[in-house]
Write a protein that binds this ligand. Structure first.
Ligand code: ZN
Ligand code: ZN
Length: 389
């Protein structure tokens, strides 16, 4: 939520093209509205945020930016998720659609949001009443770059596209004391270890094996020195899911397991673990099936079937999901934009190596043909949805 300059740049780009721009809708979120006669309203969304990483791509235009993070410390900043590529495509799409305005009729709404990475940006825009400030969209579309797909290609999936995400903070309590006298304590480190192992059975033993789900404990902090048993341990978990029922089942299992292991360790009821679920969570991104079929069809016609690839399901999350989940139901579609040098994809496959993932300090999308492919894809999708003959 520090995209102040980025957001100003995008706003002035859109204003320069004749869009009416509404600024500061949820942090630095903005919406540009371009009315071009009677017809459908199509919303195109980009994210704007970067990540606290030092870029190590060695590219001449590698980020040298620094910022102050939420904890008040200076940190490097890098577009390691490719949101700079998304914004470039977004501006290119707006320019192209305005230039070609005699070829379509309707209302184009270009939305740029803050804080996709934390899951807060879209939620803040809707809490600020985004859909009351802009014409009601008939469709909302977005793209995300993909670190395994060749630049020049597009990827899609009907229905389930990206997972829902929860971030969980858990405090496990104990009764501390001397490391040489464990019998006089209730050791929260041993208790946390039991919990972490039992959490592994939530997905493997409790959830229907046909339902995708993840429980990852990503951080554990407790204690100060060798010979003190501490009073508490802090755990941080992420949960991934595709359905609200699985989400509820997983959270309930964490409560049940942690509470009963604490009681089994002899702790009183007041010392059962405290579980905090970050609000907002990120709902799963589910692509509207008829909308996906329609857009994939025009992609295939424009790019050739061999360049429009059905992609696997991932357990990453995206808060673009919220654009389809308001009191106004809007069909949404997010698709993948190939971002990697085809030669690198080929050699990685041959050698069985991994390419730098999103959020890696080495992630470097190939600007061309990725940018032009993204702009063309958005423009042909918009033409189709506006009913361009
Ligand atoms: Zn990301
Ligand atoms: Zn991203």
């Amino acid at each position: 939520m520090q995209e102040e300059k980025t957001s100003a740049t995008i706003a002035s780009e859109l204003e320069g093209l004749g869009f009416e721009v509404i600024r500061n809708i949820g942090a630095f979120g903005l919406a540009g509205i371009y009315k071009n006669g009677k017809g459908p309203t199509v919303l195109i969304r980009t994210d704007m945020d970067a990540l606290p990483l030092e870029e190590k791509t060695g590219l001449p235009y590698a980020s040298k930016a620094k910022a102050i993070n939420a904890a008040g410390n200076e940190t490097h900043v890098m577009h390691a998720c490719g949101h700079d590529l998304h914004m470039t495509v977004f501006v290119g799409t707006a320019r192209t659609l305005v230039k070609a305005k005699d070829q379509w009729k309707g209302t184009l709404v270009m939305v740029a949001q803050s804080a996709e990475e934390t899951g807060e940006g879209a939620d803040l825009m809707f809490k600020a009443g985004l859909y009351n400030k802009i014409p009601k969209p008939d469709y909302a579309i977005a793209l995300h770059d993909n670190p395994n797909l060749e630049a020049g290609k597009l990827g899609y999936r009907e229905g389930a596209f990206l997972a829902g995400v929860d971030m969980v903070d858990m405090t496990v309590f104990g009764e501390g004391g001397h490391g040489a006298a464990p019998h006089t304590t209730k050791d929260p480190i041993v208790l946390s270890a039991q919990m972490i192992m039992d959490f592994q059975t939530v997905v493997s033993r409790e959830i229907n094996p046909l339902e995708p789900a993840v429980v990852t404990v990503g951080s554990i902090h407790g204690g100060t020195v060798h010979n003190i048993i501490p009073d508490e341990v802090k755990l941080q978990l992420t949960l991934r899911f595709y359905s609200e029922e699985i989400r509820k089942q997983t959270i309930a299992a964490l409560h049940r397991i942690s509470k009963n292991l604490a009681l089994a360790a002899g702790l009183p009821v007041e010392k059962i673990p405290v579980i905090k679920i970050r609000d907002p969570y990120i709902p799963a991104t589910i692509n509207d099936v008829p909308l996906t079929k329609r857009v994939v069809d025009v992609f295939s016609k424009n790019f050739g079937k061999e360049n429009v690839v059905e992609m696997p399901l991932y357990m990453f999350g995206e808060d673009f999901s919220r654009f389809g989940m308001q009191s106004i139901k809007v069909p949404i579609l997010m698709f993948w934009l190939g971002a990697v040098d085809p030669a690198k994809v080929r050699s990685a496959r041959e050698k069985g190596e991994q390419l730098p993932s999103l959020h890696s300090p080495l992630f470097a999308p190939l600007p061309e043909p990725a940018i032009k492919t993204g702009v063309r894809a958005m423009v042909v999708a918009a033409f189709e949805l506006f009913g361009n003959p």
